[in-house]
Design a protein around this ligand. Structure first.
Ligand code: NAD
Length: 375
């Protein structure tokens, strides 16, 4: 099996789909690995390290893709990459298939079998391939680092001869994988942390990390988690009660980190323009949901907005890409586990009835086969 990895070409994409460690693992599966020169630049991996691990480093995309059976990428392939694939080639990436219709159409047209890593089901067997978790965890960590950087004060309480520096107050809204890591990181830096979510299971998780839980705990809250472990969209009545509770709290916070998402829907707006305006000058909001429409009114994807009252709203879109070396290392390991489902002793054995592959396949045999993407 010939596996190819090309350089990421999307603006600001610093991650890569293979590391020297995973080159060795792919070779151990019986594959050969070709890597385009410069693939690891954003993750501080020199070409020579790939070569030393056993990959063939090639100068350009066409040379890498020539004869490739499998293309591994972080983001969906460009039109040029897709057109250079041999018919029936396998593509594995975070395709963002609901939004990137053109990429999906091109892959269909090229007769590629394309897998979207974001569709890997969150079942126990697939945990090792769960890119949503591996990347969200790092995003949660990085959100706190960005907040600390943008904030003109310290996080920990510091008692000095010149007086005491008060600890920062951090409020995390949405306690999934990213939110939990944000709580843990803010606590490690010494902040006083509170958090909210609509899923009751998060209360204990928040408290076990030494943070205080704050939520409207009514009947709707007690039923807000789906069988899949995700949040349901909340009623306007609930959202109104939530806004009253959190509004009073947000006013007193230094940092607010929002991570609230609902699968397949726009992100709920959790911080209104009035609540932003109620915050002290110098306060910082980090909106991790900005690409899904945003949890914070006024957040702009890819930008840091400073409001009239001196509050910063940080809308960076690729937080894992701001900790690229680790994000690449974890993503590349997720990919090796996924490739392991279809490569045995150096041969391709593609079983599209396997429940993980079945959930993740988007195009196959010249058609879009994923129900959600089709619809
Ligand atoms: P997510 O990214 O979909 O959402 C982030 C958080 O936002 C969730 O905790 C959600 O409840 C919360 N949220 C949604 N609407 C909200 C609102 N109006 N107000 C406040 N908070 C709101 O979540 P995720 O990080 O992908 O995790 C979702 C679930 O999946 C969790 O239960 C997690 O433990 C579970 N999970 C399971 C596995 C596995 O079993 N393999 C792996 C990863 C995550």
């Amino acid at each position: 099996v010939a596996i190819a990895v090309t350089r990421e070409r999307r603006e600001g994409e610093t991650r890569c789909a293979v590391t020297p460690e995973t080159v060795k693992k792919l070779i151990a599966l019986g594959a050969t690995v070709s890597v385009e020169a410069g693939t690891g630049i954003g993750s501080s991996i020199p070409d020579a390290d790939y070569a030393e691990a056993g990959a063939t480093v090639k100068p350009d995309t066409r040379a890498v893709l020539d004869g490739a059976d499998v293309l591994l990428k972080v983001r969906g392939p460009t039109a040029q990459e897709t057109s250079a694939l041999k018919p029936g080639a396998i593509v594995i990436a975070m395709l963002d298939a609901y939004r990137e219709k053109d990429t999906v159409e091109a892959l269909k047209g090229a007769n590629a079998t394309a897998f979207a890593m974001e569709f890997v089901p969150r079942i126990t067997r697939a945990q090792v391939m769960d890119v949503l978790s591996s990347q969200a965890n790092l995003a949660g960590y990085r959100a706190v680092i960005e907040a600390a950087y943008a904030f003109g004060k310290g996080f920990p309480m510091m008692m000095t001869a010149a007086g005491t520096v008060a600890p920062a107050k951090v409020f995390v809204m949405g306690v999934g994988v990213a939110g939990l890591q944000a709580i843990a990181t803010a606590r490690r830096l010494g902040a006083v942390v509170t958090a909210t979510d609509v899923r009751p299971a998060t209360k204990e998780q928040v408290e076990s990390l030494g943070a205080k839980f704050l939520a409207v705990e009514d009947e709707e809250f007690r039923n807000a988690q789906t069988a899949g472990g995700y949040a349901k969209p909340m009623s306007p009545e609930y959202q109104a009660k939530q806004a009253v509770l959190t509004g009073e709290h947000i006013r007193k916070q230094d940092i607010v980190i929002t991570t609230a998402l609902i699968p397949g829907r726009a992100a709920p707006v959790l911080v209104s323009a009035e609540q932003v305006a109620s915050m002290k000058p110098g306060s910082v909001l980090i909106d991790l949901a900005v690409e899904a429409g945003g949890n914070v009114a006024g957040a702009k994807a890819g930008e840091v907005v400073t409001t009239a009252n001196g509050v910063s709203i940080v809308g960076y879109t690729n937080l894992p890409g701001r900790i690229a070396a680790d994000a690449s290392a974890l993503y590349a390991r997720n990919l090796v586990a996924f490739v392991g489902l279809m490569v045995k002793d150096g041969a391709l054995t593609l079983d599209l009835e396997d429940e993980i592959l079945k959930a993740a396949v988007v195009t196959h045999g010249g058609a879009v086969v994923h129900e959600g993407v089709k619809g």
